[in-house]
Write a protein that binds this ligand. Structure first.
Ligand SMILES: Cc1ncc(COP(=O)(O)O)c(C=O)c1O
Length: 377
């Protein structure tokens, strides 16, 4: 049964669309890292990398200061630069696109599938040109994107896959196709290091390149550098290390990640059940393999529904206004009818682990009221 008309006051937890979720010991871990006096990449960041690799079941992980920096470095490491193109969905946060532009390359925007807001292999295939150097799929809401159907073709053309998995920590990973994956540990992500990110490299060699690039292209580690009289700058780089203070927070979060995954999954199911069969609402399904990052619905008259819900103090949002229509990316714009239709309909409902399934059911009821033109009683 869909949730129906509601009369209670807006619960506190649903007043925000998303919020950071800490377990408690993060504060002590951060204080210990401050007292240890190592504020760049140090022992906490080394341990965090090892623990992440163990959790993900991969040989290595490279911690970085944010997913934006991780995407930049991963694209640069596979040769993205002036004269090259990167195939990317328009439906994503601007942080996916800015690194492409910063590298002097061109984003080649493509449509996503209407039901998932993620790209599909055929749309990627159709966008390939002789200049294509990389494909940058976005795991919207946490949903894994499977490009194995075109993996052989991409490999034969020397086109790399770099996944923007900023919203997908904890989602199921497969080995194939070979790709570089970038996670975010920003404030509201499934796992937060307050700010931060990590890259899962394709190979030991790529890991080495990324480690050099995240520290200004310098080969030696911070510890080695203070012992010697010189160092070698071998190539491009940014200041992109993950500070130990952030890594210490990330380690606490990782140790309790399964709790957060269960909370997010239960919340998503509560929304899905409450909205099941409701007319005028389509849930963007994150799929069984995701630890959901958000809860996005498609509704007609979205701007009106958004206004009614905001007036009730409910933390709805829109993620995201499409990039191919942004002034900064105007020179790469092209018609994307599926994206443009979705952009008029998508609405993100409040979604974070401090909410309870009852909060989700309450919010679903408020959404149905707004759609039906009913106001709060
Ligand atoms: C899809 C997507 N890509 C990239 C990013 C950037 O992540 P970070 O804040 O770690 O740079 C975000 C962050 O919200 C995101 O949602």
């Amino acid at each position: 049964m869909p949730a129906s008309s509601i009369s209670t006051a807006t619960p506190d937890a649903v007043r925000r669309n998303a919020r950071p979720y800490l377990h408690g010991p993060e504060t002590a871990a951060m204080a210990a890292a401050v007292e240890a006096g190592q504020y760049g990449h140090g022992p906490q960041a080394d341990l965090f990398e090892q623990e992440l690799a163990h959790y993900l079941g991969v040989p290595d992980v490279v911690a970085v200061s944010s997913a934006t920096v991780g995407i930049h470095l991963a694209l640069q490491a596979c040769g993205v630069g002036p004269g090259t193109e990167v195939i990317v969905p328009s439906q994503t946060f601007a942080a996916t696109i800015q690194p492409i532009v910063a590298l002097g390359a061109a984003p080649r925007f493509i449509d996503h599938a209407p039901g998932t807001l993620c790209v599909e292999p055929q749309a990627v295939r159709e966008a390939i040109t002789p200049a294509t150097r990389a494909v940058l799929p976005v795991l919207y809401g946490g949903r894994p994107v499977d490009l194995s159907a075109i993996a052989t073709e991409l490999r034969s053309r020397n086109i790399h896959i770099v996944e923007d998995a900023a919203q997908a920590f904890g989602s199921r990973r497969t080995d194939q196709p070979a790709r570089t994956t970038v996670y975010s540990f920003g404030p509201i992500k499934q796992l937060t290091a307050l700010v931060g990110g990590a890259v899962v490299p394709r190979s030991g060699q790529e890991a080495e390149t990324l480690r050099q690039m995240r520290f200004l292209g310098i080969t030696s580690s911070q510890t080695d550098r203070i012992r010697t009289t010189t160092y070698s700058v071998r190539g491009p780089g940014l200041r992109g290390v993950l500070p130990d203070i952030n890594a210490a927070v990330g380690r606490v979060q990782l140790a309790r990640f399964n709790e957060v995954a269960a909370l997010r999954t239960a919340l998503w199911k509560a929304y899905a059940q409450a909205l099941h069969g409701a007319s005028g609402v389509a849930l963007v399904d994150a799929g069984e393999d995701a630890v959901p990052f958000n809860c996005v619905v498609r509704v007609s008259g979205r701007d009106r529904v958004h206004r009614i819900m905001r007036d009730r103090g409910i933390g709805v949002g829109v993620h995201y206004p499409p990039n191919h229509l942004q002034p900064a990316f105007a020179q790469w714009t092209r018609p994307l009818p599926v994206t443009e239709q979705a952009a008029r309909e998508i609405l993100s409902l409040p979604f974070h682990p401090a909410m309870t399934p009852d909060d989700a059911r309450w919010t679903a009821g408020a959404l149905l009221d707004a759609l039906a033109g009913r106001s709060a009683q």
